[in-house]
Design a protein around this ligand. Sequence first.
Ligand code: NPG
Length: 375
Amino acid sequence: MRLEAVELHRLEMPLVRPFRSAHGERTSRDVLVVRVVCDEGEGWAECVAEPDPSYSPEYTAGAQAVLEDHLIPRLFGISEPFEASSVRGLLSPVVGHPMAKAAIEVALWDAQLRSQGQRLADALGGIRPLVPAGVVVGIGADAATMVAEVADRVEEGYRRVKLKIAPGADVERVRAVREAFPDLALQVDGNGAYSVADALLLSKLDEFELQYLEQPLAPDDWLASARLASQLRTPICLDEPLVSAVSVGQCLDLGACSVVNLKVGRVGGLQEAMDVYRLCIERRAGLWVGGMLETGLGRAVNVALASLAGFTMPGDLSASSRYWHEDLTEPFELKDGCLAVPTDTGLGVAPRPDMLRKNRRSVKLMKREEIRAKP
Ligand code: NPG
């Protein structure tokens, strides 16, 4: 495959309702959509970077800049045809920027697989036609509000719920939800808002039979996470620090976590995600697919990945209606607590032209012949 042109679409997509976590409140998403045009056909992907660098150092405008100035020129400069599987290596001279790298890599996978008539789920080795859905409930005003929101989600058909927590909005809220829903698969996410001094407080979560406590401590304090894990019965899951197969391996070795949240954008693409996947199976780690408020384009990748046998827990995989009045693609719908893996080739979905037009803030076209290749 040869990369001939890339279109970068910036969209502003309003969320159905505000979403609050320890990272702040979001009312819309600034979505960067990548369209690649190759000699063999076109492909699409979404960059999951946030508008501000609150989850990681990456942010949407920065991701667009590194794509325009470094990643795309580098791929334009490759004179031999290349496969999507070699994109990780081709982009490795650029340090960091995993979400930007993942966006262009996934778009190239989409182009390649469509031209080969293969579905992403099949290319990855997926086996499930349906994947169990999961939904995230943001921090509500009080326990009653959170119980009411969980009730709404359960009513919609979700069987797994993750609650966002933060200091002052934790044990009593989880208790209220657990009392109202004794059999629900329940997880909680601290988004790095706690410290080791909170070990006693966090150990109070042990009585609620949670599948895991996600990212209670600061992302870079792996040793503190290992210390905390040894004091709790609830398994610790990590998110933000797991940026590569190497970091996942080391966190598992240290006992900093026993459960892994795998996000394709955070680890820099599908090639690295599959390395993490294989490692987690080898180490018998708990494993699930994380979400970043994706449109249908990113959701399709997450659902295809979750169709692999080694994912042991439901992920942040909810129906399009959880976040969007109208999704960018054909919507993902909840059926018996599951989402269907797309049946079409490539990602199996593409942006609706009317939705691109309606939500677009800007579009930039880059053509191979007009861009000076990076050495
Ligand atoms: O269902 O897609 C979803 C949302 C899951 O809460 C979720 N994601 O901390 O993992 C997170 C959080 C997030 C959202 C992080 C957006 C970064 C950006």
